[in-house]
Design a binder for this molecule. Structure first.
Ligand SMILES: Nc1ncnc2c1ncn2[C@@H]1O[C@H](COP(=O)(O)OP(=O)(O)O)[C@@H](O)[C@H]1O
Ligand SMILES: [Mg+2]
Length: 245
């Protein structure tokens, strides 16, 4: 089994004046390559904080994050930036498209920032993504000439154009009406099936659960349920002596 993401005893404390806000209080997670999962929980339970730490955008106060077998916890800012550019795509609630650029330019700018050519079949790959997201015809438009659902689909294309191993989406349907939410969620599923990037959707909206294979619930900075956990002690169980009967 290929574990792509792992957190061990992850803790994050924000200092607000003299007060410590403990946003993550010992999160242990293992996520398989290619999984499509939802991290659910009420507002304030630590979902976005977890997302930022998983995406190498923020550092934990203590604990470990492993991405693709590498412990990123002790890395320098430059190393974290490199990991982010190479391995992670982000989608945000508010789309975060640059308002003066066309949809195509928004996608291209991100790819330039990411630097590396994504392979010789890059144009074909992008064309496939745009087709699946049904936005090929909209590439010449600016964000204000697109619906919310279309803007979010452009943001998704931007996030995955360089084939990141991990796609992180924080409340991706939080600014969409129910019809557009359904469209976008179906597309996350379709993209996950087709391109196999590990996809983590974070939300407080229980409706999202229907679209994912695995659901992890958080409360007050800890994981309280997981419908498909990966046992942490699989290896050690194997080497334990057989019980006598
Ligand atoms: N930058 C910050 N500074 C101080 N407190 C923060 C900061 N970001 C989040 N928090 C606090 O940490 C807790 C978890 O927040 P967050 O991760 O945003 O939860 P969620 O995404 O589930 O709503 C909340 O109590 C929130 O107020
Ligand atoms: Mg949040």
């Amino acid at each position: 089994m290929n574990i792509l993401l792992e957190t061990i005893a992850l803790q994050k404390i924000y200092k607000v004046g003299k007060i410590d806000v403990e946003a993550l209080r010992g999160v242990n997670l293992r996520i398989r390559q290619g999984e499509l999962l939802a991290i659910m929980g009420p507002s304030g339970c630590g979902k976005s904080t977890l997302m930022h730490v998983l995406g190498a955008m923020a550092r934990p106060t203590s604990g470990k994050v492993m991405i693709d077998g590498e412990n990123i916890t002790g890395m320098t800012d430059n190393q974290l930036t490199a990991i982010r550019r190479k391995k992670i795509g982000f989608v945000f609630q508010k789309f975060n498209l640059l308002p003066t650029l066309t949809a195509r330019a928004n996608i291209e700018v991100a790819q330039h920032i990411h630097g590396q050519a994504a392979g010789s079949d890059h144009d074909q790959h992008l064309a496939k993504i745009l087709q699946l997201l049904m936005i090929e015809e909209k590439m010449g438009r600016k964000p204000f000439e697109l619906s919310g659902g279309e803007q979010q689909r452009v943001a998704v294309a931007r996030a995955i154009a360089n084939r990141p191993a991990i796609l992180l989406a924080d409340e991706p349907t939080g600014s969409l009406d129910s019809k557009n939410s359904e469209i976008v969620l179906n597309m996350f599923r379709e993209l996950n099936r087709r391109f196999k990037q590990t996809t983590i959707l974070v939300t407080h909206n229980p409706e999202l659960v229907a679209y994912t294979d695995r659901v992890i619930e958080m409360r007050d900075g800890v994981v309280v349920s997981d419908n498909d956990p990966i046992p942490r002690d699989t290896e050690s169980e194997l080497v334990q002596p057989a019980r006598s009967v």
